[in-house]
Design a protein around this ligand. Structure first.
Ligand SMILES: [Zn+2]
Length: 80
């Protein structure tokens, strides 16, 4: 459905960065914050496999998400 209003954010998403490809990098809350790209496999999950879960602070997650958004040119899969 065309429109100018942005669609509702998925549950658990606490931040979003739009990529140069027009997709989004979503930041999710939870036990540990993570970012993941909605257009490519990029994510902070799995970047660290130590015993403490995600070693990054929320501020660092935001920095990483923005950095990815600035260079990711993958297009989001159209929603049916
Ligand atoms: Zn990406």
């Amino acid at each position: 459905m065309p429109g100018t209003a942005s669609p509702a954010w998925p549950e658990g998403v606490i931040g979003r960065y739009v990529t140069v490809g027009g997709a989004t990098v979503d930041i999710t809350s939870g036990a540990t914050p993570h970012w993941h790209c909605t257009a490519c496999p990029g994510t902070s999950r799995g970047a660290y496999t130590g015993p403490f879960g995600n070693p990054f602070t929320l501020a660092e997650i935001h920095e990483q998400a923005q950095a990815h958004a600035e260079k990711c040119r993958s297009l989001a899969r159209p929603t049916a």
